[in-house]
Design a protein around this ligand. Structure first.
Ligand code: SF4
Length: 351
């Protein structure tokens, strides 16, 4: 359990013990022996402590987040006791803003939504992962794309904030499958999206396939480029991408044997978007020198992760300069006084 200050979430990890599924990427069988389920009293104690520690004026911006997968698939009685412990700190005077949960698309129905609402749940995220039935089947998800569409619709109809999570580079997934997933997820009109490039963990079916040389996927660069296109696509449809890449604390660093883990994955993708804009300017005008400006917040992305964009320009032999111009928005980059929106520049005509 931990307080996530950046997102104003109080996170409670609920391991999905005894999950009957065997998703290709999941190592829950490996971690279930180490991850203990929180007792309701323990949850109450932790929330009580957080309630008194977090300043009262920040309570309404703070949510209690039950993380760990399929919240609505855990034992119903245990789920109710956890929700009950949390609801106390949402419905009291000056209480927290709400409760977030994440679950599987086939573990949502009217009855559970009414129950969740009665306990103060405000936001539900679904692990869609792919919208290709073939990819879902190959990765043993045990649900279909239609389950995602139906559940997302129900969640929205019941007035919850709706989040969808997708994975990039699952076993058997092609670029076309990734684009289909992106479009279909956007068509569900979620409020938020999380994009998780696949990380191959030890002790998973993907891990076995990978070791046998049977799991071939995109190159790391192609994955970054695909995620850049996705970021543009969702941004242009006013869908917030609230996560790009797995957190280091998700236990991936020690268990990853392949795939697309990088501690600064989101920055790599944003850097790529800024580089695309620079390349576009070069292609359009063939300038002798590049004067590049971004707002202060975007300096790191513009020069690139570990200065990758700066190095690339140096290798190309073009004189350039970077400067800060805080009249530019976070979406913009100015190149030789011409302003580009980085989210409007995609890498491929496939969008
Ligand atoms: S990812 Fe799949 S196997 Fe793992 S806990 Fe969730 S539903 Fe179960």
């Amino acid at each position: 359990m931990a307080v996530n200050k950046r997102h104003s979430n109080i996170s409670v990890f609920v391991p999905h013990m005894g999950c009957p599924h065997t998703c290709s990427f999941c190592n829950q069988r490996t971690i279930s022996s180490t991850a203990a389920a929180p007792a309701p009293e323990e949850t109450d104690k932790m929330l009580k402590e957080a309630f008194s520690r977090i300043p009262a004026e920040r309570h309404s911006d703070t949510e209690i987040a039950f993380f760990g997968g399929s919240f609505t698939a855990i034992d119903r009685e245990y789920m109710a006791t956890l929700l009950s412990a949390a609801a106390k700190y949402v419905f009291c005077e000056g209480g927290f803003g709400g409760i977030r949960i994440s679950t599987r698309p086939d573990c949502i129905d009217e009855e559970i939504l009414i129950l969740l609402k009665s306990y103060g749940v405000t936001s539900i995220e679904l692990g869609a992962q792919s919208m290709s039935d073939r990819v879902l089947e190959l990765n043993e998800r045990g649900h279909t794309a239609d389950d995602v569409r139906k559940s997302a619709r129900l969640i929205k109809e019941h007035g919850f904030e709706t989040g969808l999570q997708m994975m990039v580079g699952l076993y058997g997934s092609t670029v076309e499958d990734e684009m289909l997933t992106m479009r279909e997820i956007a068509d569900c009109s979620p409020d938020t999206v999380r994009i998780y490039p696949t990380v191959i963990l030890d002790g998973t079916h993907l891990g076995e396939l990978y070791r046998k040389g049977l799991y071939k996927t995109f190159s790391f660069e192609e994955c970054v480029s695909l995620c850049g296109d996705m970021l543009c696509y969702f941004h242009n449809r006013n869908i917030r991408v609230i996560r790009l890449g797995l957190h280091a604390e998700d236990g991936v660093e020690n268990n990853a044997i392949g795939g697309f883990y990088h501690p600064a994955f989101a920055q790599l993708v944003r850097s790529e978007l800024f580089m695309r804009a620079i390349l576009r300017a070069l292609k359009n005008n063939s300038p002798e020198k590049l004067e590049i400006a971004v707002c202060g917040k975007n300096t790191d992305c513009a020069v690139g992760h570990k200065k990758s964009n700066r190095k690339r320009l140096t290798e190309m032999g073009i004189p350039f300069s970077f400067s800060v111009d805080n009249s530019l928005t976070e979406d913009e980059i100015s190149i030789n006084k011409e302003v580009y929106n980085v989210f409007k520049i995609t890498g491929d005509a496939r969008l």
